[in-house]
Design a protein around this ligand. Structure first.
Ligand code: SF4
Ligand code: FES
Length: 248
């Protein structure tokens, strides 16, 4: 199949940038979008032109490094699928496919499709650690946790920190990401000692980094490749309110 990539090219954060069209031909339908970009980059390098910069690492949907806005949707057209796993058969033959970086105030564009997402790392860092009194070896297995609680905690732990939720939110909110981090540990007994402090620190850090407030649009849930649900934002709001009241 043949496509035309309409790619955002931007040399550096100061460059105003703009779209450039590149035809890419003879792609197998199972080729992934990133492999198609690799093909394009081989051609550009052979012509002595700068390759298109984009992020990737695992290319298996588990690290959160990739993230391109494809035809206006963070990660592309397929639900619960990271950019790295989008196959070219998701587009029609001859399509013009528009590729842009995540656009939101807290993620400045560094080059082409690469943005600086370290704000999410700093928020996560502010959450700190859990204190674990491991004691003697058997103790870790002597803390019974209900299966349902484990499942709900692991659902929240699926967040890979890709930032698509922020890119999709009209308000640039990181509430789905922060909610996932709060809920993961709040749903386990191990997360209780620091529960209040963690909720306060994460929200303060998110505010400091310039993420907006949740405006309940739900765009974040719609684009999250890991299916993180809005229930984590409800948990975040509840924990943050209780922690604020307890601090008074
Ligand atoms: S909540 Fe979903 S969209 Fe947001 S960072 Fe985590 S995995 Fe990505
Ligand atoms: S490259 Fe790791 S999730 Fe896409």
């Amino acid at each position: 199949m043949n496509v035309v990539f309409r790619v955002w090219r931007q040399r550096d954060p100061e460059d105003p940038g703009g779209f450039v069209r590149y035809p890419v031909d003879d792609l197998a339908p199972d080729t992934t979008l990133l492999e198609a970009l690799d093909r394009l980059n081989n051609t550009l390098v052979a012509r002595g032109e700068p390759p298109v910069a984009f992020d990737s690492d695992c290319r298996e949907g588990i690290c959160g490094a990739c993230g391109i806005v494809v035809d206006g949707r963070p990660h592309g057209p397929l639900p619960r699928t990271t950019t790295c796993l989008v196959p070219m058969r998701a587009f029609r033959d001859g399509a013009i496919v528009t590729l842009e970086p995540f656009r939101t105030g807290a993620f400045p564009v560094l080059r082409d499709l690469v943005v600086d997402r370290r704000a999410l790392d700093r928020v996560m860092q502010a959450g700190g650690y859990v204190s674990v009194r491991a004691g003697s070896a058997p103790e870790a297995n002597m803390l019974p946790i209900a299966r349902a609680a484990v499942e709900r905690a692991l659902d929240a732990a699926e967040c890979i920190g890709c930032g698509a939720c922020v890119a999709a939110c009209p308000n640039g909110s990181a509430s789905l990401f922060v909610g996932a981090k709060v809920s993961h540990l709040a749903r386990l007994p191990q997360g209780q000692p620091e529960r209040e402090r963690r909720a306060l620190s994460l929200v303060e850090a998110a505010d400091r980094e310039g993420f907006g407030a949740c405006s309940s649009h739900g765009e974040c849930e719609a684009v999250c490749p890991k299916g993180i649900g809005l229930d984590v934002i409800a948990q975040l709001n509840r924990d943050h309110l209780l922690a604020t009241l307890a601090r008074r």
